[in-house]
Design a protein around this ligand. Structure first.
Ligand SMILES: NC(=O)c1ccc[n+]([C@@H]2O[C@H](COP(=O)([O-])OP(=O)(O)OC[C@H]3O[C@@H](n4cnc5c(N)ncnc54)[C@H](O)[C@@H]3O)[C@@H](O)[C@H]2O)c1
Length: 448
C-alpha cells in the first residue's frame, strides 16, 4: 500500500484516484475547483462516466479515498503525487502548460521529504524535465523530489476498465528508486501480466502524443477514403471491413464518419504539430496538418448534405440533431463535432433542436440558446432533416416508422455510418450515409 495523491480531479484524475484506491492504496485527491471536490467527497462524479460512481462510493466508504483543497495536506501525505491537471489547447495550437506549472508551484513548497511526482497529463516533450527543475528549486526536500512520467491512455466511456487494466503501462523515470516505487504502485496490474515499458522521461512523453497522432491519422485516413468513395460511387463500409481484416492494419479506429473530437485527440494533434514545428520536423507538420484538415472537413460535408436535403438553404429550416456529446457514453462536449455542426447550422439560419441521452445539461450550459429536447421525437418534431451525429446505442433502437410521423420531411443523414439504412429507407426515409452512395444507403429493396 502506497500513500498516493492525485492533483486534478477531472475526467482523468478522478478516475485515476478512484482506481488507485480500489487497487488498495491510500489516496488523497485535490482540485482547485471546490465544487468538484465537494461533489466527489459526497460520492458524486462531476461528469458522466459509466461505472465510476459506485467505485467512488465504495472507496469513500472504505476510507481509502479522501478529497481536499489543501496543498499542504497533499504535500505532507504523499509518497507518490500524480499530476493529472488539464493541458488544453493554447495559442497557435501549442499546449497550455499553465495548469501544470501552477500545480507544481502550489505543491513544491510543501514537499519536505523525499517523494516522486508522476505526470499523467499529456504534455509536449521536455515538460517533465523542466517541471522537475522548477519543483526541485522550490521544494524543501530539493533533489530528493524525483520526477517520473506515466502517460495515460484511458478512453472516456471505458475509463474505469482502462485505468484498472490498461493495454500497457508506460513509465519514464530518472532513477531505479523511481521505477521501484512505481512497480509497487502498479503491483496488481503487473502481477496480472500487463506489460510495463520503462524508458526516459522524453520518450515517455512522446509515446502518448505519438499514439494519439497515429489514432487520429487512422481515423482521417478512412474518412479520406469515404470522400473518395463518395466521388467514385463506391461504398466505404465494405472497403473498411476489407482493409480491417489485414492484420497489419486492423479494424479498430477504421470506422468512417464524422471524425474525432473530445478533450484529447484534436488538441494533442495540434500540440504535437507545434512541437514538430519547433523541432524542425516539417514532414510531421505536413502530416498532422492534413490529418486535422480532413477531420474538420467532415463537418463541412455534413452541413453541405443538410443544406442540400433542406432544399438548398437552411434558413428557417428545422434541423434535429441526435447526439451532442463528442462520443457515446460520455457527456463531454470539448471539441464536440456535433456541437460545432449545430453552431454552423444556426449560423446559416437553421432552427436546431438537439437530443442526447446524457449531455443535455452540459449542452444547455454551454449553449444557452440551443433548443434541448427531452426525447428523440420531441427533437424531431417538424424537422426538415435529421442528423445522426453521436453514435449512442439508443439511436440504433429508434423506430423509423414512428419517427416518420412527427417530421416535416423524411431525410436522415447518418454521419456516424452505423444506423440500419435499409430499415430507415423501408420506412420511407431518404438516408444519406457519409462515404456511401445514395443508391446503396437509400435502397428500398433491402439489398446491399
Ligand atoms: N480525458 C481523457 O480521456 C484523457 C485521457 C488521457 C489523457 N488525458 C490528459 O489528462 C489531462 C487531464 O485531462 P482531463 O480530461 O482530466 O481534464 P479536465 O479538465 O477534466 O480535468 C483537469 C482538472 O484539473 C484541475 N486543475 C487545474 N489546475 C489545477 C491546479 N493548479 N491544481 C489542482 N487541480 C487543478 C481542474 O479544475 C480540472 O478539474 C490532460 O493533459 C489530458 O490530455 C485525458
Amino acid at each position: 500500500m502506497t500513500r498516493v495523491t492525485v492533483i486534478g480531479t477531472g475526467y482523468l484524475g478522478l478516475t485515476h484516484a478512484v482506481c488507485m484506491a480500489d487497487l488498495g492504496h491510500e489516496v488523497l485527491a485535490i482540485d482547485v475547483d471546490e465544487a468538484k471536490i465537494t461533489m466527489a467527497a459526497g460520492g458524486q462524479a462531476p461528469f458522466f462516466e459509466p461505472g465510476l460512481e459506485p467505485l467512488l462510493r465504495k472507496n469513500l466508504d472504505a476510507g481509502t479515498l479522501r478529497f481536499t483543497t489543501s496543498f499542504a495536506e497533499i504535500g505532507d501525505f504523499g509518497e507518490v503525487h500524480f499530476l493529472c491537471v488539464g493541458t488544453p489547447e493554447g495559442a497557435s495550437g501549442k499546449a497550455d502548460l499553465s495548469f501544470v506549472d501552477a500545480a507544481a508551484d502550489a505543491l513544491a513548497p510543501h514537499l519536505a521529504s523525499p517523494c516522486l511526482i508522476v505526470g499523467k497529463s499529456t504534455v509536449p516533450v521536455g515538460t517533465a524535465r523542466r517541471v522537475a527543475r522548477r519543483v526541485q528549486a522550490a521544494a524543501p526536500a530539493g533533489a530528493a523530489v524525483e520526477m517520473a512520467w506515466n502517460p495515460e491512455f484511458l478512453r472516456e466511456g471505458f475509463a474505469v476498465a482502462d485505468s484498472l487494466t490498461p493495454d500497457r503501462i508506460v513509465l519514464g523515470v530518472t532513477s531505479s528508486r523511481g521505477e521501484e516505487l512505481m512497480r509497487q504502485v502498479y503491483a496488481t496490474a503487473l502481477a496480472s501480466g500487463i506489460p510495463l515499458l520503462v524508458m526516459d522521461l522524453e520518450t515517455a512523453e512522446l509515446v502518448k502524443v505519438a499514439a494519439n497522432a497515429f489514432l487520429a491519422t487512422k481515423i482521417s485516413f478512412i474518412n479520406s477514403m469515404a470522400e473518395v468513395c463518395e466521388q467514385a460511387g463506391a461504398d466505404v463500409m465494405p472497403l473498411a471491413e476489407a482493409l480491417g481484416y489485414d492484420t497489419r492494419i486492423g479494424r479498430r479506429f477504421l470506422s468512417p464518419g464524422l471524425g474525432y473530437g473530445g478533450g484529447c485527440l484534436p488538441k494533442d494533434v495540434r500540440a504535437f504539430r507545434a512541437t514538430a514545428s519547433d523541432l524542425g520536423v516539417d514532414s510531421l507538420v505536413s502530416l498532422l496538418t492534413a490529418v486535422d484538415g480532413i477531420n474538420l472537413g467532415r463537418r463541412d460535408r455534413v452541413v453541405e448534405l443538410a443544406e442540400d436535403a433542406a432544399g438548398g438553404t437552411l434558413d428557417g429550416k428545422r434541423v434535429a440533431v441526435l447526439g451532442i456529446a463528442f462520443k457515446p457514453n460520455s457527456d463531454d462536449l470539448r471539441e464536440s463535432p456535433s456541437l460545432d455542426i449545430c453552431d454552423r447550422l444556426a449560423a446559416r439560419g437553421a432552427i436546431v433542436s438537439v437530443h442526447d441521452p446524457v449531455a443535455m445539461p452540459n449542452a444547455a450550459r454551454k449553449r444557452p440558446g440551443l433548443l434541448c429536447a427531452e426525447s428523440v421525437s420531441a427533437a424531431a418534431e417538424g424537422a426538415h432533416v435529421l442528423l445522426h451525429l453521436t453514435e449512442w446505442a439508443d439511436y440504433r433502437a429508434i423506430d423509423p416508422a414512428a419517427l416518420a410521423k412527427v417530421v416535416a420531411q423524411r431525410v436522415i443523414i447518418d454521419a456516424r455510418c452505423c444506423l440500419d439504412a435499409d430499415l430507415w429507407s423501408s420506412a420511407g426515409w431518404t438516408v444519406r450515409v457519409l462515404g456511401r452512395p445514395l443508391s446503396v444507403s437509400g435502397r428500398s429493396d433491402g439489398r446491399r
